[in-house]
Design a protein around this ligand. Structure first.
Ligand code: TRP
Ligand code: MN
Length: 452
């Protein structure tokens, strides 16, 4: 198994010598030191061997032999932390995965934005309401969204709390995905319920009944669907944006088998569009860990910069090591993506090309709510598939913000959520998410693109 580059000056702490964007201003340096000391002694959340397995599965995506589904909350919340919400999120992701697996005819790599997605980059360091100016909300790993001094003051104890919540979340995910909840026949049954009970679902009756026939065909051939282990378990991996670097540093550990360093806070971590500076701390940190890593790329990224990011994060061109998550917006993707794809492919960089159709399509409604239109999300995805077909590259996957809850945060979809409906159930701690029905609708639409 090839490993990512050795970079002699790298250490888990070497990012500290580089400018680090988007870090909170921790007012109490001693408290931060204590939290770091504590985190450094806590057990890793994931095992290096699991991260290597994910790299291997992503290498299959690079080659067009698998598809990536990365999905979860924009920001996880300390307040909304229940077994039911974790279960419902996983359930939607599994339902999406079945439709995509069938349509793509290749395995779907299941990667949650979960069990660690607690930090948010912000466009301004402070927020002003009337005469009062307070630090911006940066995610529950840092502070709380309530607009008062105490809530907004960055508190390092939250780093440890985020670790604890990640550990419990991951524990439940492992139980669900290996303990029977992910059984293929069961997940298919949920999809059939969606098809039977919703207006948008009816459109997918054909795909659902084809899957049904495929399952019955397997059973008729003598495959015992209940006994076949691969049919009732899934590999489910975790990921988040590696934003607050002291947290990531303290969970970075040396693998006893290979001697390589892994960020054991998640299987995969990515760098955001706002923190991907070539000479910045975030790329320095990511360059030395051996996990699979991602980089978000927005419209301000030139083809040359994209190649430089690949060189920095994957100089040995290890397949599966690097995922480029493009997020241009429905309007711009057709212009901006092709030159980037050409430049990266011309340099021989093996990357997973994946589309985040959420973040380039955000706007503020007249009532002041951040929202996204289902149709625009779909339009960016459609363009993503078109561009990759034209360039001869594999559209490797999608990156989606969703929740299993019945929220009203994104506009449109079959329920026709309108601007006046946004207030009804708008609960996100950060960006607007697709609700369960919208997410499933989207997965079946993508299934249609994949088949055509
Ligand atoms: N284990 C296989 C996979 O992960 C098949 C499978 C079982 C599956 N349960 C599933 C696929 C639920 C998608 C969703 O692909
Ligand atoms: Mn977001």
């Amino acid at each position: 198994m090839p490993s990512p580059p050795e970079n002699s000056s790298w250490s888990a702490a070497s990012w500290r010598k580089f400018p680090a964007a988007q870090q909170p201003d921790w007012p109490d340096a001693d408290a931060l030191k204590q939290a770091e000391a504590r985190l450094s002694t806590l057990p890793p959340l994931v095992f290096a061997g699991e991260a290597r397995l994910l790299t291997a599965q992503l290498a299959e995506v690079v080659d067009g032999n698998a598809f990536l589904l990365q999905a979860g909350d924009c920001a996880e919340s300390f307040a909304e932390f229940t077994a039911d919400s974790i279960r419902d999120k996983l359930k939607i992701i599994l339902q999406m995965a079945v439709a995509l697996t069938y349509a793509a005819g290749v395995p779907v790599v299941k990667l949650g934005r979960i069990a660690g997605q607690f930090a948010k980059p912000r466009s301004a360091d402070t927020e002003r309401v009337g005469e009062v100016e307070l630090p911006s909300f940066r995610g529950h790993m840092v502070n709380d969204e309530a607009f008062d001094v105490e809530a907004r003051t960055p508190d390092p104890a939250r780093l440890v709390a985020a670790y604890q919540q990640s550990a419990s979340t991951l524990n439940l995910l492992r139980a669900f995905t290996k303990g029977g909840f992910a059984d293929l026949s069961q997940v298919h049954l949920w999809n059939q319920q969606f098809v039977a009970s919703s207006a948008e679902g009816q459109r997918y009756e054909r795909i659902a009944s084809e899957i049904d026939r495929a399952l019955r065909f397997m059973a008729a051939c003598g495959i015992d669907l209940g006994a076949e282990e691969s049919l009732h378990e899934v590999d489910f991996f975790t990921s988040h944006e590696a934003l607050v670097l002291p947290y990531e540093e303290c969970l970075t550990r040396q693998d006893s088998i290979t001697g390589d360093w892994y960020d054991c806070s998640a299987h995969m971590v990515w760098v955001g569009d706002r923190t991907r500076q070539l000479d910045g701390a975030h790329l320095e940190f990511l360059s030395g860990i051996h996990n699979p890593v991602g980089a978000k790329i927005g419209p301000s990224c030139s083809p040359r910069e994209a190649v430089a990011i690949c060189d920095r994060l994957n100089p040995d061109r290890v397949p599966g090591r690097l995922t480029l998550i493009t997020r241009f917006g429905a309007e711009r993707i057709a212009d901006v993506l092709p030159p980037i794809v050409r430049a990266v492919e011309a340099e021989g960089h093996p990357v997973v090309w994946t589309c985040d159709p959420m973040h380039g399509n955000t706007f503020t409604s007249e009532s002041g709510r951040k929202t996204r239109r289902f149709e625009e999300i779909l339009a960016e995805l459609r363009s993503f598939f078109d561009v990759h077909r034209e360039e001869g590259t594999w559209p490797g996957g999608l990156h989606i913000e969703l929740t299993g809850d019945d929220v009203t945060e994104c506009l449109g979809g079959a329920e026709e959520i309108l601007e006046v409906d946004l207030e009804a159930r708008y609960t996100t701690a950060c960006d607007p998410r697709l609700n369960g029905r919208q997410a499933l609708d989207l997965a079946f639409r993508v299934a249609e693109f994949l088949r055509s």
